[in-house]
Design a protein around this ligand. Sequence first.
Ligand SMILES: *[C@@H]1O[C@H](CO)[C@@H](O)[C@H](O)[C@H]1NC(C)=O
Ligand SMILES: *[C@@H]1O[C@H](CO)[C@@H](O)[C@H](O)[C@H]1NC(C)=O
Ligand SMILES: *[C@@H]1O[C@H](CO)[C@@H](O)[C@H](O)[C@H]1NC(C)=O
Ligand SMILES: *[C@@H]1O[C@H](CO)[C@@H](O)[C@H](O)[C@H]1NC(C)=O
Ligand SMILES: *[C@@H]1O[C@H](CO)[C@@H](O)[C@H](O)[C@H]1NC(C)=O
Ligand SMILES: *[C@@H]1O[C@H](CO)[C@@H](O)[C@H](O)[C@H]1NC(C)=O
Ligand SMILES: *[C@@H]1O[C@H](CO)[C@@H](O)[C@H](O)[C@H]1NC(C)=O
Ligand SMILES: *[C@@H]1O[C@H](CO)[C@@H](O)[C@H](O)[C@H]1NC(C)=O
Ligand SMILES: *[C@@H]1O[C@H](CO)[C@@H](O)[C@H](O)[C@H]1NC(C)=O
Ligand SMILES: *[C@@H]1O[C@H](CO)[C@@H](O)[C@H](O)[C@H]1NC(C)=O
Ligand SMILES: *[C@@H]1O[C@H](CO)[C@@H](O)[C@H](O)[C@H]1NC(C)=O
Length: 300
Amino acid sequence: MNSSSTSLLSFFLATIIFGLVAPATADTDNGVCTPTADYCWSCSGDTTNATTTYEVNLKALLASLSLVNQTNYEFYHNSLGDGTNKVNAIAMCRGDIAENDCRSCYTAASVILSQNCSNQHQAVIWAINCTVRYSNMSIFGIEEDEPTKFVPSPNNTSNLEQFKQVLNPLLKTLSEKAASGDSMKKFAAGHELVPGTNQTIYAIVQCSPDLDKENCTGCLDDAISDISNSTIDGKDGGRILKPSCSFRFENNRFYDLAVDSLPPAPSPTQGNTTSITTKVSPSSFFQLLLSLLCISSALF
Ligand SMILES: *[C@@H]1O[C@H](CO)[C@@H](O)[C@H](O)[C@H]1NC(C)=O
Ligand SMILES: *[C@@H]1O[C@H](CO)[C@@H](O)[C@H](O)[C@H]1NC(C)=O
Ligand SMILES: *[C@@H]1O[C@H](CO)[C@@H](O)[C@H](O)[C@H]1NC(C)=O
Ligand SMILES: *[C@@H]1O[C@H](CO)[C@@H](O)[C@H](O)[C@H]1NC(C)=O
Ligand SMILES: *[C@@H]1O[C@H](CO)[C@@H](O)[C@H](O)[C@H]1NC(C)=O
Ligand SMILES: *[C@@H]1O[C@H](CO)[C@@H](O)[C@H](O)[C@H]1NC(C)=O
Ligand SMILES: *[C@@H]1O[C@H](CO)[C@@H](O)[C@H](O)[C@H]1NC(C)=O
Ligand SMILES: *[C@@H]1O[C@H](CO)[C@@H](O)[C@H](O)[C@H]1NC(C)=O
Ligand SMILES: *[C@@H]1O[C@H](CO)[C@@H](O)[C@H](O)[C@H]1NC(C)=O
Ligand SMILES: *[C@@H]1O[C@H](CO)[C@@H](O)[C@H](O)[C@H]1NC(C)=O
Ligand SMILES: *[C@@H]1O[C@H](CO)[C@@H](O)[C@H](O)[C@H]1NC(C)=O
């Protein structure tokens, strides 16, 4: 077979296979990712002109992200310029990321945005450790559910029915916790065993903390309902990414145990504290206890 007929054949094969296998998606899958999906982004709104004041403002605003400090790194928002040249930016790190890793995430995300979204009025980039957005329109405190990017894990889940019965309630519970957060942080992490299996689902959910409780819940509910018929459906892990909120679940713990909030532990004064989780090391148990103390002191 010569090479042109080979490529013709593979074109037809690819068309057929793609047509058969491509799942009907609940929502359009928007945006592109690096090959390992460490960074996914979506940008829109051509500026039509390469060196506008808007671009200059945008560059300065993105540069300011690498200067975040102890007081503002978890959630940073800023605007620069006036009128049609005004750029608004929001940046937030995942709830368990330390200051240095957060700052380097902002810096790396800004570099990718400036390389791949130049001459665009709006953009969002979702990294493993942070999310950065900008727009010429007002974005602070406003729920934005689109575009949505789906990042499925490669593996299917076994025990699909049991898995789903745990995943959805887990995500809902974490969403409520996240939505109850404050104006600097709306984030929750937790895990749950899939009954009758060895499998544990670990999940984190997060909203842009400038959203109110209702809009945070609204965005996350929308994201959870996007699982059905998306590329995430039936996978043992994945991420659903929206400008205002996101979640991620995996079958191994990918976040800091100190932020884990589920299952609810019995009150420390009564009950069998060793039954909180099996296999906790003394130091991680101490971390858990510490986080419990922090939670209760925040509550009372
Ligand atoms: C923002 O940019 C879009 C094009 O990308 C334009 O249609 C819109 O009018 C701009 N809005 C403001 C407030 O400048
Ligand atoms: C592009 O920028 C140049 C120089 O700043 C300006 O003269 C021109 O009118 C701009 N074009 C558009 C379409 O904005
Ligand atoms: C952190 O940065 C903000 C604004 O960029 C600034 O106002 C504040 O003084 C800085 N805080 C510290 C501790 O450096
Ligand atoms: C993301 O943050 C984690 C924990 O802070 C860190 O171990 C990891 O290296 C960071 N990832 C990148 C790509 O910086
Ligand atoms: C993003 O920009 C980099 C550097 O310019 C380039 O190598 C890469 O191909 C771009 N990625 C996409 C998906 O366009
Ligand atoms: C997918 O499954 C393979 C084989 O069980 C395993 O080696 C790999 O780590 C899994 N990938 C992920 C992302 O869990
Ligand atoms: C996952 O499941 C789908 C649909 O059931 C199947 O087409 C695909 O081959 C499976 N993938 C793996 C890696 O087992
Ligand atoms: C639980 O895990 C062990 C070791 O990884 C494996 O041998 C066993 O088959 C698993 N059991 C179930 C019910 O998946
Ligand atoms: C945000 O919440 C308000 C009510 O609090 C609601 O009216 C509005 O539709 C929500 N925004 C979106 C995009 O759903
Ligand atoms: C999901 O796909 C199934 C079959 O492909 C279809 O019957 C169902 O209506 C779809 N659900 C949604 C919410 O699109
Ligand atoms: C605490 O729970 C563990 C595991 O469920 C059990 O082995 C242990 O006997 C219990 N201890 C007490 C004091 O109830």
